[in-house]
Design a protein around this ligand. Structure first.
Ligand code: NAD
Ligand code: 13P
Length: 352
């Protein structure tokens, strides 16, 4: 028919909201096919029902986004290959630790003319260095991959509260326009900029700063301390991004994906919440345990990302340049107490 067909790969808290956003636009735009297929990592709920069956019956993801109607045109599918079969626009939104295995399963199964977008905050570190997930998707599937990041706590976007997001695209403005059309609504404003790496690194690295902000909250420190940690963190985000990709633009950090996402995540995010509990318990209960207890199956990205960033710092001898990133990792693995989140050598911080 020549129409675009959108599939969403992932159905967690944000994945479900992504499906809701594109499903609204699929119905209102003539050039997009109505049906939006959403891949669900199948699970059996406490009452014995399958998650996909419940979603398809009620159009609500009862486990990861309760009480929110996803749209009549969203179809939950437990089969990855079937989800992407006819799709021309692939929206990737799973916790970052699962992406590589998903891409391997999708190899040779996607339309070679399809385009992808990643809403995933995180990266992979390979022996020869870090690989951003958009790059990983392109490498495995041979298709273009943009990114969408922003100050977007999923539950708030689900309630249709006004917010903004940033699409990062490689080169082709017509691709950027298609993604903006697929996601933008009157309450969800989307701007596109030509800086995939910058946008993706903002979304990835702010999760590490959010862990630090959570430690500050758990230690009972006040707003000045949290603002200081966020400032130091933002400086490290900019410094790290530019060292990895000299093309990253300063302006990117002032878009929704940058400072706005940093703020919302440090105040209202899951990384903050679990890190607060970790510090309140003096580091005696592990992140894995607290994540399972506090998030009901949702996944943290910041702790893994801190570990991935630390591997890069070690390999490149950059540990001293990024004291906050390094400290977050050491606290998270129990090598330092949470109180060390505010121990900085004044000189090294100023030199950043
Ligand atoms: P989530 O944290 O709710 O994660 C749970 C999802 O992971 C569920 O769909 C679950 O079925 C799935 N899962 C569990 N084990 C799996 C496995 N082995 N293989 C594949 N899937 C498995 O998910 P989310 O909130 O949609 O997060 C996805 C990405 O979006 C993350 O990178 C996150 O940082 C980003 N993000 C989240 C928010 C938010 O507010 N939730 C906002 C913006 C961006
Ligand atoms: P958390 O994963 O910390 O909840 O952050 C959500 C987010 O990325 C908001 O944009």
């Amino acid at each position: 028919t020549g129409k675009e067909r959108i599939a969403v790969i992932g159905s967690g808290n944000w994945g479900s909201v992504a499906a809701k956003l594109v499903a609204t636009n699929a119905l209102s735009h003539e050039n997009i096919h109505d049906e939006v297929r959403m891949w669900v990592f199948e699970e059996t709920l406490a009452n014995g029902e399958k998650l996909t069956q419940v979603i398809n019956k009620n159009k609500i993801n009862v486990k990861y986004l309760p009480n929110v109607n996803l749209g009549v045109n969203v179809v939950a599918d437990p089969n990855l290959e079937n989800t992407v079969k006819d799709a021309t626009m692939l929206v990737f939104c799973t916790p970052h630790q699962f992406v590589e295995s998903i891409c391997k399963q999708l190899q040779g199964k996607v339309n070679p003319n399809a385009k992808a977008i990643s809403l995933i905050k995180g990266m992979e570190v390979k022996p020869d260095g870090p690989v951003m997930l958009s790059k990983l998707i392109t490498k495995h599937l041979g298709i273009d991959c943009s990114v969408l990041m922003g100050a977007n706590i999923a539950n708030e976007v689900a309630m249709e509260q006004f917010s903004e997001a940033t699409v990062g695209y490689k080169a082709d403005t017509s691709i950027a326009k298609s993604w903006v059309q697929a996601f933008a609504t009157p309450y969800f404003h989307v701007a596109a900029i030509k800086d995939v790496e910058g946008v993706e690194l903002c979304g990835t690295l702010k999760n590490v700063v959010a862990i630090a902000a959570g430690f500050v909250d758990g230690l009972g420190m006040g707003n000045n301390t949290k603002a200081a940690i966020m400032r130091i963190g933002l400086k490290e985000m900019i410094g790290f991004s530019k060292l990895l990709f000299p093309t990253v633009s300063d302006a990117t950090f002032f878009e929704s994906c940058g400072v706005a996402d940093l703020i919302t995540t440090c105040f209202g995010g899951r990384n903050r919440k679990v890190a607060e509990a970790y510090a309140r318990n003096g580091g005696k209960r592990s992140f894995d345990e607290l994540e399972a207890e506090l998030l009901g199956g949702q996944k943290l990205q910041g702790v893994l990302t801190a570990g991935e960033v630390f591997q890069v710092l070690k390999a490149r001898n950059w540990e001293k340049k990024f004291p906050l990133f390094a400290t977050v990792h050491k606290i998270a693995i129990g090598h330092l107490p949470p109180s060390t989140i505010v121990d900085y050598d004044n000189e090294s911080a100023q030199k950043l």
